[in-house]
Design a protein around this ligand. Structure first.
Ligand SMILES: C[S@@+](CC[C@H](N)C(=O)[O-])C[C@H]1O[C@@H](n2cnc3c(N)ncnc32)[C@H](O)[C@@H]1O
Length: 153
C-alpha cells in the first residue's frame, strides 16, 4: 500500500500501534503473500514507509478537517466492539474528516441487524450518513464477501 500509493501520488497514511515494532518478513510471510497473488519485491523500507505511523484510532495525528477518506479493515465492530471505545474513535473520525469526507469500514454485518446500547454512540452515528453495499471478489478469494459500510460526514 505504501509503495503503491507513493507511486500513484496518493497521500496515504497507515495508522497502527504495531508500526512501533520492527517488521520481520519471514519466509512463510513471503510464501503466503505470493500464494495470495502479491507481486514485486519485498522490502522493509518501501517508499512511503515514513507514512506508517504508530498511533491509535482514537488519537489520530491529523489536523481537524484535513482527511478525505479513512479506511478501516477488520478493526471497528470486529476487533474493537466496546461501545465506549467505538464512540471515542468515531468522534475522532468526525474531527479529522473534511466536510463530505467518508470513513469506509469493512467488514460489518448488515446495519439493521446491529444493535447498540450506548446513547453516546447512537448520537455519533446520527452525525454520519451511513450506506452499506455487499462486496465480494468473485473468484478472488482474498476479498471476504461482506458488507462495506460508508459513513459520510
Ligand atoms: C485484525 S487486525 C487487521 C489488520 C489489517 N487492517 C487487515 O485488514 O488485515 C487489527 C489491527 O488493528 C490494530 N489495532 C488495534 N487497536 C487499534 C486502535 N485502537 N487503533 C488503531 N489500530 C488498532 C492491531 O494492532 C491490528 O494490527
Amino acid at each position: 500500500m505504501f509503495q503503491a500509493c507513493h507511486e500513484a501520488g496518493i497521500d496515504f497514511y497507515g495508522i497502527d500501534p504495531l508500526f512501533a515494532k520492527k517488521v520481520d518478513i519471514r519466509f512463510k510471510d513471503r510464501m503466503l503473500a505470493r500464494a495470495m497473488g502479491s507481486r514485486g519485491q519485498f522490502s522493509h523500507t518501501p517508499q512511503g514507509r515514513s507514512k506508517a505511523i504508530s498511533a491509535y484510532a482514537d488519537a489520530l495525528p491529523f489536523a481537524d478537517q484535513s482527511v478525505d477518506q479513512i479506511l478501516t479493515s477488520f478493526l471497528l465492530f470486529v476487533w474493537i466492539k466496546d461501545e465506549a471505545a467505538l464512540t471515542k474513535i468515531l468522534r475522532e473520525f468526525l474531527r479529522v474528516l473534511k466536510p463530505g469526507g467518508v470513513a469506509k469500514l469493512y467488514p460489518l454485518p448488515e446495519w439493521r441487524l446491529m444493535h447498540f446500547k450506548s446513547l453516546e454512540l447512537i448520537e455519533v452515528f446520527e452525525q454520519f450518513t451511513i450506506r452499506q453495499a455487499f462486496v465480494h471478489g468473485g473468484l478472488d478469494f482474498r476479498v471476504t464477501p461482506a458488507m462495506l459500510t460508508e459513513m459520510s460526514k
